[in-house]
Design a protein around this ligand. Structure first.
Ligand code: HEM
Length: 502
């Protein structure tokens, strides 16, 4: 019996090896397919990819291959043959594509957990319309003015307690702050039981995004699916309530109460307060409220949860890395503090509220944020799949292959940035080398999928940094980052804080 089993395994390995060789040779036939290695059968070069992700220099996977094969090379990672681009021009061509050639590619666990109508998965004209709706809402000055008060509250309340908390774990604190802002932005939910329910269930849900997609009770994936079901149920109830409210306001007569009247805008409609309102209004305008089906409420509910995925981790990690970098660079911290103290003095003397433009117009603070985005590479790449054979800059990307457009390789390339591993916010004033060239700086992606939350993210961190440096001095404990499966600080960045006496 053992002999038969042993022989079968041996035969399997031999056949696997020949199959792999055959695939490799077939791919080599067209010399325009970028050079590179597909590594070992089945696992390809995944092990090295993961090991580099855990190291202090995650781009070393790209750097090694770039030196052997050039800026665009082929590999085989996470179960797929893939073309990796570290070339800003090729990345730009990939990002600019409108969905007829490249579509987003996510691991199987992610696609299984996301609804078909998720903004992250939709393509073509539907995607363009939905993306435009969200983007213009999040960019609008009225929204940013209103949101500034929400962010200030979410930042200041927990910060008040920091002096009794030493050490303060920045990665955890910023996660709490930004989650609160995110659910307010998406669904208008403030602090309370609903927020805590969302926080708990969402944490369970995202564990399943990067894991083996095995739907058996007890597995991470199964628990994640169940958490998503609970999330959808709760969010659906909130969207139903919003929909009812909207219907009620639309049909309300003019004689109705003054307070309800005050809630309306010039055109007589309730103002749009969050992203769920944007979706609901769009559904009403395109279908008419009467025909609006349960389907719409379901799609909106799923989208609210899925939009939390790109928004949830990115902003707190940006804040955490900014604290890490300025802690390690006293000169930058000094200049940042002086600039923000000056604004605080002005505001204290006039007693005026801050406007979002006050926070966003501090030049050195914005340079610190840009430099953090460049170095931290929170979203270090985007993944796409080619729907047909594509020729970019003489490279052939075969139909069905995945492409990884690596942002971190461009952001940390000395051809584009002098001393790329040095935190140097002053480089943004010098506008050195390729810095003025926007294709070398794409922390928020580009083209039609450019992050619609990019201004919101910048506003949040501007407010956070302002109140941090004008209220506290601190010493950061030694910590380091890991990049796999997502960018994190190993020890959650503990800092010892002391309030600044006024
Ligand atoms: C520092 C903060 C952030 C960074 C670095 C970041 C980065 C990115 C990047 C690189 C993409 C492009 C993905 C692709 O092309 O496949 C993206 C897309 C997206 N981001 Fe952000 N993001 C941030 C904050 C936010 C926030 C706060 C929100 C939520 C309100 C948000 C919502 C989205 C959405 C919905 C998409 C998908 C857009 C689409 O596919 O059309 N992001 N983000």
């Amino acid at each position: 019996m053992d002999l038969v089993l042993g022989f079968s395994i041996f035969l399997g390995i031999i056949m696997g090896w020949f199959w792999w060789k055959w695939i490799n040779n077939k791919k080599k036939k067209d010399s325009r397919v970028p050079k590179g290695s597909l590594g070992f059968p089945l696992i390809g070069e995944t092990l090295d990819f993961i090991i580099c992700g855990y190291s202090s220099r995650p781009v070393s996977f790209m750097e090694k291959r770039k030196s052997l094969y050039g800026k665009v090379f082929k590999s085989h990672i996470l179960g797929r043959p893939i073309i990796v681009s570290t070339d800003p021009y090729v990345n730009k061509a990939i990002l600019q594509n409108n969905g007829s050639t490249f579509v987003p590619y996510y691991p199987k666990s992610v696609t299984e957990l996301m609804g078909k109508a998720s903004i992250l998965q939709m393509n073509g004209s539907t995607h363009k319309r939905v993306h435009g709706l969200i983007g213009s809402f999040l960019k609008s000055p009225q929204f940013k003015s209103r949101l500034t008060r929400v962010i200030e509250k979410s930042v200041l309340l927990p910060m008040e307690n920091w002096k009794n908390k030493n050490p303060v774990y920045i990665q955890e604190e910023t996660k709490k702050i930004t989650f609160e802002v995110l659910v307010m932005v998406l669904m208008g939910i403030g602090p309370g039981e609903e927020l805590e329910f969302l926080r708990r269930e969402f944490a369970e849900f995202i564990k399943g995004l990067i894991c083996l997609p095995i739907k058996l009770p007890g597995t991470t994936f199964y628990k994640s699916l169940k958490a998503k079901e609970r999330l959808v149920k709760m969010v659906r109830r909130i969207i139903e309530e919003k929909k009812l409210n909207m219907e009620r306001t639309t049909t309300m007569s003019e004689s109705e109460s003054e307070s309800e009247e005050r809630d309306r805008d010039e055109s007589g409609r309730r103002p749009i307060l969050d992203v769920a309102d944007v979706f609901l209004c769009d559904a009403v305008e395109s279908n008419g409220m009467e025909q609006q089906q349960q389907q719409t409420v379901d799609v909106i509910s799923e989208n609210m949860i899925e939009m939390m995925i790109p928004g949830e981790d990115s902003v707190p990690m940006l804040m955490t890395f900014a604290v890490k970098y300025i802690s390690d660079c006293p000169l930058a911290l000094k200049q940042l503090t002086e600039e923000n103290m000056e604004l605080k003095r002005q505001k204290d003397s006039t007693g005026e509220e801050y406007d979002w433009t006050d926070y966003m117009s501090l030049p050195f603070t914005q340079d610190v944020i840009s430099e953090t985005l460049r170095m931290a590479n929170i979203i270090n790449a985007v993944w796409r799949k080619a729907l047909k054979d594509v020729d970019i800059k003489g490279y052939l990307i075969p139909k069905g292959w995945c492409v990884l457009a690596s942002f971190s390789s461009v952001h940390l390339d000395e051809e584009n940035y002098e001393n790329p591993y040095q935190f140097d916010p002053w480089r943004w004033q010098r506008k050195e080398g390729n810095l003025s060239n926007s294709i070398c700086f794409t922390p928020f992606g580009g083209g039609q999928r450019l992050c619609p939350g990019f201004e919101l993210g910048r506003l949040e961190i501007s407010i956070f940094l302002h109140h941090l440096v004008t209220r506290y001095r601190w010493v950061a404990e030694e910590d380091y980052s890991i990049s796999f499966p997502t960018v994190k600080m190993k020890k959650k960045l503990p800092i010892i804080v002391a309030p600044i006496s006024s």
